[in-house]
Design a protein around this ligand. Structure first.
Ligand code: PLP
Length: 390
């Protein structure tokens, strides 16, 4: 059975070009880039090139790029650095819909006496900018707001928010894990101080990330050890993955146009047809500016998890907005923050496409989903109670 992969916000396939670029560093070019001899020194030069490729997609300087192990490490490093360098400040501003890499860390920090303000979003997932403005105080050490939401694709006005923080002398970090490669980013003329990337969301392998730190920003390392990354992140470089990420950033920059035309057109067709054919369905965040590849659709009165199981029988991969935790199906914190009604939030499915998806695949999914939803609704006590059996 063919796999129809529409879960690219979870992870992506490694691009062939990326694999080809990294393979020599897993075979014959294994030298340690810190070594004094040429065999290692050459690898150091390849890392320098990858740093330039990575900086280019952000409009950044190469020395502002710190290679990390993943997006979560980058997010943690940014927040902890701000707290360590802004010693007496005890307040963090973030949003209600952040990824756990930020959200859970902030929850933990409250146990250590930090105060965290989570800015609410409206029913379309848009950030409440008035509340944001009010939340910025002289005690605020850092603002951490995601650029684009992983579940809905909703884009936050981070440039504007960063400028408001800078005007008050507050550091601004953005988790751009879902944004990089999908929408243009230019940090040259921006007030963003720190930004996180994850390689496996843009066709590089898992286990590589980046933290961008603007020149002149006070920084305190999270991983202390060797002198690597100019003393900002200890640990022998993950050479092959760094080379891979550099190549992936170069590819993503070249494909940005395709992402915003071909991928967007496929996403729009999928969304349009599913909404047309399936009653009582809606797009979460559909009224907001969104990533071109993501759609989060709620099908009323059924469980997202059941939809995924039946889709799996056809090889279709996507995600649901509910997760089975301790025996109870909890709708996601993102959909709850948006006030999506219970019976809608439970039946949500996120499809996230990539440049590798085809129109045939989208047509296949459009063909398979409506009967799956009809079948599940037949079995749903909620659907029957409402007398809406279709
Ligand atoms: N931030 C966002 C918005 C994400 O979607 C993810 C991954 O799903 C992460 C951070 C974490 O990235 P990583 O898996 O590289 O730790």
């Amino acid at each position: 059975m063919k796999t129809i992969y529409m879960d690219n916000n979870a992870t992506t396939q490694v691009a062939t070009e990326v694999l080809e670029a990294m393979l020599p560093f897993l075979t014959d070019r294994y030298g340690n880039p810190s070594s004094a001899y040429l065999f290692g020194g050459q690898v150091a030069r390849n890392i320098r090139d990858a740093r330039e490729q990575t900086a280019a997609i952000l409009g950044a300087f190469p020395e502002e790029i710190i290679f990390t192990s993943c997006g979560s490490e980058s997010d943690n490093t940014a927040i902890m650095s701000a707290l360590n360098t802004g010693k007496d400040k005890m307040h963090i501003v973030t949003s209600r819909v952040e990824h756990p890499a930020v959200k859970v860390l902030c929850n933990e920090l409250t146990k250590q006496g930090y105060r965290v303000t989570e800015i609410p979003v409206d029913k379309e997932g848009r950030l409440d900018m008035d509340r944001y403005k009010e939340s910025l105080t002289p005690d605020t050490a850092i603002v951490s707001l995601m650029w684009a939401n992983n579940e809905t694709g909703v884009i936050f006005p981070v440039e504007r928010a960063a400028q408001m923080a800078r005007d008050r002398g507050i550091l601004f970090h953005t988790d751009a894990v879902q944004a990089v490669g999908k929408i243009p980013i230019d940090l040259q003329n921006s007030a963003i101080d720190m930004l996180s990337i994850s390689g496996h969301k843009l066709h590089a392998p898992k286990g590589i990330g980046v933290l961008y730190v603007r020149k002149g920003t006070k920084f305190s390392p999270f991983l202390i050890g060797g002198h690597q990354e100019r003393g900002r992140r200890g640990g022998t470089e993950n050479t092959a993955s760094i080379i891979a990420l550099g190549k992936a950033c170069e590819l993503a920059a070249n494909r940005m146009e395709e992402e915003n035309t071909k991928v967007k057109a496929l996403r729009d067709k999928l969304e349009r047809e599913l909404l047309r054919q399936i009653p009582n369905s809606r797009v979460n965040g559909g009224g907001s500016e969104r990533l071109p590849n993501t759609t989060n659709i709620s099908f009323e009165s059924i469980e997202g998890e059941s939809i995924l199981l039946l889709m799996d029988e056809f090889g279709i991969c996507a995600s649901s907005g509910s997760a089975c935790t301790s025996g109870s199906l909890q709708p996601s914190h993102v959909l709850r923050a948006m006030g999506v009604p219970f019976t809608m939030a439970h039946g949500s499915v996120r499809f996230s496409l990539s440049v590798y998806n085809t129109e045939d695949e989208v047509d296949f999914v459009i063909d398979k989903i409506p009967p799956i939803i009809a079948r599940l609704r037949e079995l749903s006590p909620f659907w029957r109670q409402e007398g809406q059996v279709c």
